[in-house]
Each structure stands twice: as C-alpha cells, then as structure tokens.
Design a protein. Sequence first.
Length: 116
Amino acid sequence: VQLQASGGGLVQAGGSLRLSCVASGSISKINTMGWYRPAPGNRRELVATITSGGSTNYADSVKARFTISRDNAKNAVYLQMNSLKPEDTAVYYCSMSPFGSAYWYWGQGTLVTVSS
C-alpha cells in the first residue's frame, strides 16, 4: 500500500492550498483518514481527521480555516487550507487506517511554505 500526497507549495500569508492524498495497492475499506504535521519533541501533530461516517476533528489552530474531506471510491483524502499563516509552514503527512486494524499507513509528505 502506498499513499501519495500532493498539492503542497509556496503561498503568501492569507492564501489557500488544497492537499490531496490517494492510496494505491491492496487496502481494505478505510476507517479513518487524516493529516498530520511535525511537532516539537519529534512528534506528529494532528491537523485534521475524518472517519468513514464523515465525522471530523481539527486541531484548534486550524479550525475554521482548514477543511478535510474524503472520496471513498478513490481512497482519497483532501485538505483545503484557507487563510494560511506563516506558522502553518510544515511538511504535511497523510495517514489512513483500515477497518479492523490498528495499523496506520503513512504518505511521504508534501511541503507547505507560507511566506509573510
């Protein structure tokens, strides 16, 4: 299974970007999909997640600015990022977890750079 993330780039503060992530290979029905970015202490910070039922969860820092969505037929997850701030600059990683498994697949990351 491979997750291919795309859509990152350089944008000015206040601008928008849309990230995409598509899973390929033999993967069973996906439960939760999400986006993460690095955090202090060699951790990954949750940016947003979406369940198979459409329930979403956002980090406080991105609420009302970012919107996560998914296309189950394409095994894809998207992140619409509006009103971007310099502090949003990071490599964004997508992740997916199949039903009946505690395992999470990870993409390679896509770089978002927001200039002031």
